[in-house]
Design a protein around this ligand. Sequence first.
Ligand code: GUN
Length: 286
Amino acid sequence: MTAQIIDGKALAQQLRGQITSQAQQLTQAGHQPGLAVILVGDNPASQVYVANKVKACEQTGIHSVLERYPQTITETELLQHIARLNAAADIDGILVQLPLPKHIDAHKVIEAISPQKDVDGFHVASAGALLTGLTGFRPCTPAGCMEMLKSIGYPIKGKHAVVIGRSNIVGKPMALMLLEKSATVTICHSATPDLSHFTKDADIIVAAVGKAKLITADMVKPGAVVIDVGMNRDETGKLCGDVDYDSVKEVAGWITPVPGGVGPMTITMLLVNTIESAQHRLKANQ
Ligand code: GUN
């Protein structure tokens, strides 16, 4: 069996078409959606991520502001910038690119963002809303993975989903979103003694650990859906995911490639959240 590829790039493009018209409608109604992106320091990976987010805004008609601050900025100064953006009428979403320098408490910074502008979905109010089934912004990467499952019409209810990774950004919210759709969810992580025991039983595998080609064909049940959140370099320096794509695609039913899988969907969900926030703001001001 050769897996069907879930083309994240194509799905992202399709969704961005809808986002473009929604942004246009909002702009015509008097409120162009706006995203503020804060980048502290000069981490090369963060610079690339941030540039891609700003570019995606430009392409879809969302107003974006990139605020760059030196590595030496104090926590107090950063919190002042967030307070200003919380009050800015033309800003619907605030994103602080992580990681932050060690002298800044990332939790404190995230909690300073207004939950109404928390388009990353990292605020405890957003996390609590997800946990309890209330509406709120959902973190972009797991939301993108859910859109990919939706795009193939996969019936999640009653299926066994195995999430590998327990980060606040991906693993934990991913597990909750799958649970919300009535999957039976197992969360595996670095202290799980026999990973393949769980993955071999999985109908859905979401790999989000950051270990190149960790998931091999012998660990996958024939026909399973394999979603690869990893973004690593292999021994030759080539970009690869947490899944050994070449071997796993011969066993899985569906698979996401790296690059061109989850990555473009993460940014797309950020745009979706920004549009949603702008729609709320316009409605509230009418
Ligand atoms: N660093 C790595 N991924 C992310 C993300 O999705 N959002 C933010 N703000 N920082 C990140």
